[in-house]
Design a protein around this ligand. Structure first.
Ligand code: FES
Length: 318
């Protein structure tokens, strides 16, 4: 499993309806590991729960991490536990930051699109773009004003000229086709939000070249889970030649573990990238939301927590 870092909860702030930010510092005042805009950390919670939360603060800060967490009453329990039980002064365990949503700083201009709690990694990107002087526009869509996080900062003189706030109850849904439907040269789009918004942005940006539009998922799309017609297949461990059968109702990750081969993992849903493993031979049935379409076509990596096989065997670089 990933290395654990002990941190103290230094501050908790109500940001919006059911959204709080948690400021984490190291207990001994030492600098925290570096991160880049778009990165997330794992929270190691009681009962072996592991949850991922994006960092919202400036990546230039070494003394703290700030994460935004929305309480999901219908979720799997992690966010409710944090909202209900975590207090200032508590010591908790987290992972070092990882980034599946990296900001490419070579573009000339940027469009950042956030929905609801998806503003968290986008805030870190906006701070970075501001500090390096790159032009950007941030579109932030929420159901209503009460659900808009970081609103004081977004309205500040520093950021307000870059920000378009869109509340469904006032403005209706964001007109993604009108705003993002026409490809623009040297522009990058970054989007994080609920599935409905991301699907609308995906569809509107269809004419854009693949590398110019990037998404960060924090919930699982329905079509990546187990399917009724999933079959069994075999994996070959490259270093030993060992062959393991993956039955239709088990993941590669769980069969590897049963056989004493332990792979770092966290979300087990194809959204964090922790379990990424080299693929030497065979064609994967990629079910994750981390790899780009081009990377999936290349078939060089596989998320073993959720992906399966299109061929009868897969050879893993283990
Ligand atoms: S454990 Fe998160 S993608 Fe596999």
């Amino acid at each position: 499993m990933a290395e654990r870092i002990k941190v103290l909860i230094h501050a908790i702030k109500d940001q919006a309806l059911n959204i709080k930010t948690y400021e984490l510092v190291s207990p001994d005042g030492e600098p925290l590991p570096l991160f880049t805009p778009g990165a997330h950390i794992d929270f190691f919670l009681p009962d072996n729960l592991i949850r991922q939360y994006s960092l919202s603060n400036s990546a230039d800060e070494r003394n703290r991490y700030v994460v935004g967490i929305q309480k999901e009453e219908q979720g799997r329990g992690g966010s409710c536990l944090i909202h209900d039980q975590f207090k200032i002064g508590d010591e908790i365990e987290i992972s070092a930051p990882r980034n599946n949503f990296k900001l490419d700083e070579t573009a000339q201009r940027y469009k950042l699109i956030a929905g609801g709690i998806g503003i968290t990694p986008i805030m870190s990107m906006a701070r970075r773009l501001k500090s390096i002087g790159k032009p950007f526009q941030l579109y932030y869509a929420c159901r209503n004003e009460q659900r808009a996080a970081f609103i004081e900062e977004l309205r500040s003189t520093e950021l307000s000229k870059h920000v378009v706030l869109s509340y469904d109850d006032v403005h209706g849904p964001l007109n993604t086709l009108a705003l993002f439907g026409r490809p623009e040269p040297n522009v990058q789009i970054y989007c994080c939000g609920p599935t409905g918004l991301m699907d609308a942005v995906k569809s509107a940006t269809n004419p854009w070249s693949e590398g110019s539009v990037r998404f960060e998922h924090f919930s699982v799309s329905e079509d990546i889970g187990p399917k009724d017609d999933d079959g069994s297949f075999e994996v070959i461990i490259q270093s030993t030649g060992r062959v393991l059968k993956i039955p239709k109702d088990k993941s590669i990750l769980s069969v590897l573990e049963e056989n004493g081969i332990f792979i770092d993992h966290a979300c087990c849903e194809g959204i964090c990238g922790t379990c990424e493993t080299g693929l030497i031979d065979g064609e994967a049935d990629h079910r994750d939301m981390i790899l780009t379409e081009a990377e999936k076509q290349e078939n060089k990596q596989i998320m073993v927590c959720c992906s399966r096989a299109k061929t009868s065997t897969l050879t893993l670089d283990l």
